[in-house]
Design a protein around this ligand. Sequence first.
Ligand SMILES: C[S@@+](CC[C@H](N)C(=O)[O-])C[C@H]1O[C@@H](n2cnc3c(N)ncnc32)[C@H](O)[C@@H]1O
Length: 255
Amino acid sequence: MNGTARDGKVDYDTIARRYDAFRGGGGPYLPLLVEMARSHGARNVLEVGAGTGNNTAAFHEAFPAALLIACDLSLGMITRAREKEVPGKWVQADAHHLPLAAGAVDFCFGCYMLHYVSSPAAFFGECARVLRNGCAAFVTASHEFIETHPMNRYFPSFAAIDRARFQPIDVLKEALADAGFGAVSEQRIQASPAPIDQSYLQRVENQFISTYSLLPPGEFTEGLARLRSDIEAKGRLDVELVWESVVLSARKGPR
Ligand SMILES: C[S@@+](CC[C@H](N)C(=O)[O-])C[C@H]1O[C@@H](n2cnc3c(N)ncnc32)[C@H](O)[C@@H]1O
């Protein structure tokens, strides 16, 4: 089972445990999210597409005063989060229809979930509705990062798959403004360069990002074999990975 459903979409219910074993939380973007919530004096915080709670837990650790509500579409992902006893009130919900009253939260965020949102207009409209005056922030990947990713040389369809899924940053910014948000902005944050070594190989083997499960038949196996052979030859690739996240943020109401 490679984690794709018959309709070609990623089946998070099926891959929840594997996802959780090979993905962490608290990426380079987390301090910025926490700073935004803190500077807006947020108390009630909503995380959308919270998955198995890796970023929820990291956010709670950095900002324990916040009352967290975490939602995700996948019951399998939520079940894993609950097993780990990730703090917060966990709710199964579609981002396009948030089960919260108007003005229920002061800060709303989501990490690497926007590419699953079929209607950014509807989703951002929901975020604007459930926010009192406050701030929304979303972590995603730019097309520039996708196109220059070192794995493109092993998996020829890598960039095409993710370019088709991840909305261009300008499109997302426009959708935020159309939903009534002000002060729409983006910040690009790079992690320190990291080696592409045995440990990275193990994560690719376990398809730690869903892109791998969406590759055409045979391409994953062939690319993985070449990657394994190159890493085994020298212990690591000549190139390092510089992970870049884009944090999109916007404000509802006056500061
Ligand atoms: C790549 S994972 C990211 C999970 C988590 N934010 C993290 O950083 O580890 C994407 C998540 O979005 C969730 N998702 C997909 N479509 C969704 C929707 N329409 N509404 C809410 N969550 C959704 C998936 O179930 C999955 O948990």
